[in-house]
Ligand binder design. Structure first.
Ligand code: SF4
Length: 319
């Protein structure tokens, strides 16, 4: 018999505003009757891709797969400047869904390069945002884990900035490390505030519950970081991509209150579905019988105006 009596969803979860805007732009273009594509999957989430496909929005791997005159949405991570130029050359309608925060990052980078700094980017090497950034600063040095930092050269004038979703502690640690690498060190903190808030809210929930479920892409670094943070405060965490991954009630043995959080590419509908699944799978009989209502209530309790984090029509309008 299940032991779970309550599920709590972390505050301010769901899509970050960058992802939400890019999806909204794709939907608006399709609604206006334009043949619309996204360059790459706008978000690695099967439900969202299905939702967009139903509106006729199809992801493409390359601009060559887009017919002339069609619209192409650039996703929140942004792209190298050559990609924008090529799309314009081909007569495509470019709908720029690059997150405003990422645009800011790209501008900072251009400025640093023009000012002659040797630039170090804290980021995951082949992540699309980092690939896009390198288009603005081809000589920048990308580092991720601490073991790699030794290869950062010593230069007179160095600058450091970050991929938007890197953990703030790692950025601070790298900044401290680089102090001894340069005569002049310029630090531009481009860790996105959404990332910081998401981590704070996840920690807040993790401290209150017996077990956490973290929902997000297996390869999503910001999701993995949330899982790691739960462990730091001593709360065991299970990471899943969707509710369907939760099959073993034994994983919840003895847990009474379970927390749910998700990465910046996880829609809040998925968090509600996970909450319901936990209650059905591991709830006490009384709780399991009301799983749907309780999951909806958990979502309503978590949603704040700042957590306006989805564009999907299936979710009620913000309070
Ligand atoms: S994490 Fe932040 S910077 Fe990255 S797309 Fe989302 S809002 Fe923009």
């Amino acid at each position: 018999m299940g032991s779970v009596v309550e599920v709590r969803i972390a505050r301010r979860t769901g899509f970050c505003y960058g992802v939400r805007e890019a999806i909204d732009k794709a939907k608006a273009a399709a609604a206006a009757g334009k043949p619309t594509h996204t360059l790459g999957q706008v978000v690695h989430n099967a439900g969202v891709i299905r939702d967009l496909a139903a509106l006729g929005v199809r992801p493409v791997d390359s601009l060559d797969d887009v017919d002339e005159g069609a619209a192409v949405v650039i996703r929140a991570h942004g792209v190298r400047p050559e990609v924008m130029a090529r799309a314009q050359e081909r007569g495509l309608e470019v709908i720029d869904g690059t997150c405003t925060w990422v645009i800011q990052e790209q501008r900072e980078l251009v400025r640093l390069v023009q000012e002659g700094y040797t630039v170090v980017i804290l980021g995951t090497p082949h992540h699309p945002e980092v690939v896009g950034l390198l288009g603005f600063a081809p000589d920048a040095i990308v580092v991720d884990e601490e073991e790699e930092w030794e290869r950062i050269p010593r230069r007179k004038r160095m600058a450091l900035l970050s991929q938007s979703t890197q953990p703030p502690w790692k950025f601070e640690k790298l900044a401290a490390f680089m102090v001894s690498r340069a005569h002049e060190l310029k630090i531009v903190n481009t860790v996105c505030p959404v990332t910081i808030r998401r981590q704070q809210d996840t920690l807040e929930t993790a401290r209150e519950v017996d077990l956490m479920v973290v929902v997000g892409g297996r390869n999503s670094a910001n999701t993995r970081e949330l899982t790691r943070l739960c462990g730091l405060v001593g709360t065991p965490a299970i990471q899943v991509e969707s509710a369907a991954d939760l099959r073993d009630p034994g994983a919840f043995d003895g847990a009474r209150i379970v927390g749910v959080t998700g990465g910046t590419s996880t829609p809040i509908e998925d968090l509600r579905a996970v909450a319901e699944r936990v209650l059905l799978l591991a709830g006490t009989p009384e709780v399991a019988s009301r799983a749907g209502d309780l999951a909806a209530a958990a979502l309503a309790a978590a949603a704040t105006p700042a957590g306006r984090t989805t564009s999907l029509a299936t979710v009620p309008a913000d309070p």
